[in-house]
Design a protein around this ligand. Structure first.
Ligand SMILES: [Zn+2]
Length: 273
């Protein structure tokens, strides 16, 4: 295509977007950002922060492998970054951490900085929910008022809620594949559970908010957060588009509910210090 044709096509796309939809764009609290070692060489902290800002993200929960990435962003923008301490020094820790005394020491030592608002994001299987390091993290979370951010399936999140009923849990990806009905049942059951929706394109596949998710957001408007999950470096380039899709389904909710899910819940759970 000649440049002028491309330009005209682009203008056509822009014209399709109604002014009302743009006017409704909400500030966002992104509950799922990583800034891990492979990202550091590609995006400086300044560049990563500007990508967040361009996507409309005002504040974000950030964790990383290793944790130094989180601190790099936090030092540049303490008002933007809500630091979570990920218990992985390298990706090798991903499956072994629940029983690793070394990981426990790494986390306990770093928590002494006093900047963290949660432990995670971590992966965990149901058989490890009561492993020694998990039990210790639950104790630390209770002691310091931290969230546990778990990328776990519904059986595991239910076990965590049973084993550690007074610990606040942020459930990553709503279990990745759990149904709205299951998420609703767990939210009804536990006042300590919050749910983030990173990578859940099924909430509004094809752009239309699904009826069952919509009903659940209306029933529990104070328990959901949006998120991106920059789990590989290329996801940083998708940020703007991914949040565009989120804005489009938020616009299908009553404004007060949309504001809660876009940023209000995050602001309330993680007040600026
Ligand atoms: Zn993640």
């Amino acid at each position: 295509m000649r440049p002028i044709v491309v330009l005209l096509a682009l203008l056509g796309v822009l014209a399709d977007r109604s002014p009302a939809a743009d006017a409704a764009d909400l500030p966002l609290f992104d509950a799922h950002i990583h800034y891990s070692r492979p990202d550091w060489d590609v995006y400086s902290p300044e560049r990563a922060l500007s990508l967040l800002a361009r996507a409309g993200v005002r504040r974000a929960i950030v964790s990383s492998t290793p944790d130094d990435g989180t601190l790099k962003l936090y030092e540049k923008a303490p008002a933007v970054v809500v630091p979570f301490l990920r218990p992985y020094r390298t990706r090798e820790d991903m499956s072994t951490w629940p029983r690793s005394a070394e990981v426990q020491a790494y986390v306990e030592q770093r928590l002494q900085r006093g900047v963290y608002r949660g432990i995670g994001e971590f992966h965990l299987s149901v058989g490890d929910a009561d492993a020694p390091v998990v039990r210790r993290f639950a104790e630390l979370a209770r002691r310091d008022g931290l969230f546990l951010h778990g990328h776990v399936d519904e059986a595991t999140v239910e076990k965590l809620l049973t084993l550690y009923p007074d610990v606040r849990i942020l459930w990553a990806h709503a279990g990745m594949s759990s149904s709205a009905a299951t998420v609703g049942r767990l939210l009804d059951r536990s006042p300590k559970l919050w749910v983030e929706l990173a990578l859940r394109s099924d909430v509004a596949s094809g752009g239309t908010l699904a009826a069952d998710w919509r009903a659940l957001f209306l029933r529990h408007p104070d328990r959901f957060l949006v998120g991106t999950d920059t789990w590989v470096t290329s996801r940083w380039e998708d940020l703007q588009q991914s949040m565009r899709a989120v804005q489009d389904w938020l616009a299908q909710l009553p404004p007060a509910v949309a504001e809660n899910i876009a940023h209000g819940n995050g602001e309330r759970l993680f007040p600026s210090r």
